[in-house]
Design a protein around this ligand. Structure first.
Ligand code: SAM
Length: 333
């Protein structure tokens, strides 16, 4: 039977004042933070539908197999540790974390599904709770970009145990130089990181990205992305959503698919006391998704002292799952 009450932790990074600041900043700078595409129940439901239809991890057996093989390796690495904390960073619908839990036979497992969206962290919590009633579960609502003290707070919750952090499908939606130092700081010597990245398939990087463009350039995705604008009164006919493939500014070898709302006419609206004014021809960046190759991933992880112990690539080359640990920096002398 599903619970009638759920205790949810909300980190200060998602307290209303901070969220509203980020929200206003996005509209003023014409750069919408992707966290605002998952905020409401309506948006998270739209995203779950897209994920179900287009994500290789949902509809491609080879891809699911890659996750399973990597989970098997993680289980071996864990050995017979009895107490485990599983922290699902950006847990989304929780499908991958749920599959991973099926590989863990530990007696004492606590699962922390963490997401910026309350709705999605609860969906993950419920999914794992229904499949594994003996697992202790504590959903957390948090913005990873403003939560340097996150692990400290989680550590206050329970006695020391082996920590596994999952970070599935997250890296594409953040600037690499922004999220990786944060992730690296979260990791301690004994922790295990399970990480997955969406790749550009094939030997030709540019062509590979074009191959997967239809996973983004489609009506369901456009309808999801425009919701953040229509919610503030922008008319879908005020502009047009266009997708572009472009290089990152800091790491120009890494390219991303970016969705822009290109304005067909001037638009102005008020958010509280703030007047937002956009002019015809300007573009509002709604979303981006970086595409990597495995050498690129190894490179950026390496730069942030994260070692890949093992990895499994899906046969269609669209996704790869990595088993990682923090590199131990030893004194030279
Ligand atoms: C592409 S989905 C990946 C979901 C899941 N890990 C998976 O692989 O199916 C990105 C997830 O990150 C969450 N998210 C976006 N920005 C975030 C942030 N700043 N902090 C924490 N979670 C965030 C979204 O709500 C969404 O659930």
């Amino acid at each position: 039977m599903s619970k009638k009450m759920e205790k949810v932790f909300v980190h200060s990074s998602q307290f209303p004042e901070q969220v509203y600041r980020d929200y206003l900043a996005g509209f003023s700078s014409k750069q919408i933070n992707h966290k605002f595409h998952y905020d409401s129940v309506k948006q998270s439901q739209k995203w779950l539908k897209i994920h179900e239809k287009y994500s290789p991890s949902r509809n491609n057996e080879d891809c699911i197999y890659a996750y399973k093989k990597c989970f098997e390796k993680a289980r071996k690495l864990l050995g017979d540790n009895r107490h485990i904390q599983l922290i699902g960073l950006g847990s989304g619908g929780g499908t991958k974390d749920n599959l991973f839990v099926s590989y863990l036979s530990q007696k004492h497992l606590t699962y922390y599904p963490l997401d910026v969206s309350m709705s999605l962290s609860l969906i993950s919590a419920q999914k794992v709770g229904m499949s594994f009633p003996d697992v202790s579960i504590q959903p957390i609502v948090c913005d990873l970009l403003h939560a340097g003290d996150l692990m400290y707070h989680i550590d206050q919750e329970q006695e020391p145990s082996v920590r596994i952090i999952t970070f599935f499908g997250m890296i594409p939606n953040f600037y690499p130089g922004e999220i990786l130092p944060i992730l690296s700081n979260f990791l301690q010597q004994e922790d295990i990181l399970l990480f997955s990245a969406n790749l550009a398939p094939g030997n030709d990087y540019g062509k590979g990205i074009e191959t997967i463009l239809p996973q983004y350039n489609n009506d369901l995705t456009k309808d999801w992305l425009i919701t953040v604008l229509t919610d503030v009164g922008v008319n879908p006919d005020d502009g047009i959503i266009k997708f572009e493939i472009e290089p990152d500014q800091e790491y120009p070898d890494v390219h991303r698919i970016t969705a822009y709302f290109e304005l067909k006419r001037d638009v102005s609206f008020k958010l509280d006391r703030n007047l937002i004014q956009w002019q015809v021809g300007e573009r509002v960046c709604l979303f981006f998704s970086y595409r990597y190759t495995t050498p690129m991933i190894q490179n950026v992880l390496n730069h942030y002292q994260i070692d890949v112990l093992a990895s499994v690539e899906a046969a269609n080359q669209e996704e790869e799952v990595y088993l990682c640990r923090k590199r131990i920096l030893r004194d030279k002398y």
